[in-house]
Design a protein around this ligand. Structure first.
Ligand code: HEM
Length: 143
């Protein structure tokens, strides 16, 4: 092999190695949507609408907005691969005796979905988050 060829081979190997190292590990959905800032905006927008909704607003009388917003952000952060650990009450504990109906659950979820759209998440990102929230239905309704 000529010197020129060896130099080319070495530089090809080096550049392959460099690009392999530069490839970051798979990004979490949390990072992809913009992390805490985006979730905090989503729940800020959703909560304003939820608290004034004629059907479900009454459930939230006396529930401090900031507390609920912070807990929702933390919980969703954990669900979508962020660096958080939800430390609030269990879903069963915080929703028991409220007797939330299934249709009321969907009203709330639609506000979250609408807020996600308003802050510019893609349809696919929206659905990936909703998929994580969906099973929570069984820990919140008819308790
Ligand atoms: C995907 C659906 C839902 C999620 C992820 C969710 C999540 C949460 C979280 C994280 C808390 C805070 C718990 C704590 O204080 O530590 C909470 C509290 C609460 N949620 Fe939900 N929730 C959902 C559905 C609903 C629905 C459908 C309603 C009513 C229509 C509702 C009404 C409430 C109320 C009233 C509280 C405050 C309870 C209290 O502090 O006494 N939630 N929820």
């Amino acid at each position: 092999m000529s010197k020129h060829c060896i130099r080319l081979t070495v530089s090809a190997i080096l550049s392959a190695l460099i690009s392999a190292c530069a490839t970051s590990p798979e990004q979490s959905l949390y990072d992809e949507i913009g992390g805490h800032k985006t979730l905090n905006t989503i729940y800020g927008v959703a909560i304003t609408r939820i608290y004034t909704d004629p059907v479900i607003g009454h459930y939230f009388k006396g529930v401090p907005k900031k507390h609920l917003r912070d807990q929702l952000v933390l919980q969703t952060c954990e669900l979508i691969g962020g660096p958080c650990e939800y430390d609030g009450k269990s879903m069963e504990e915080s929703h028991k005796d409220l007797n939330i109906k299934e249709r009321e659950f969907y009203i709330l979820v639609e506000y979250v979905q609408g807020a996600m759209r308003d802050v510019g998440l893609t349809y696919q990102q929206e659905n990936r988050i909703l998929k994580k929230l969906a099973p929570i239905k069984y820990e919140t309704v008819y308790l």
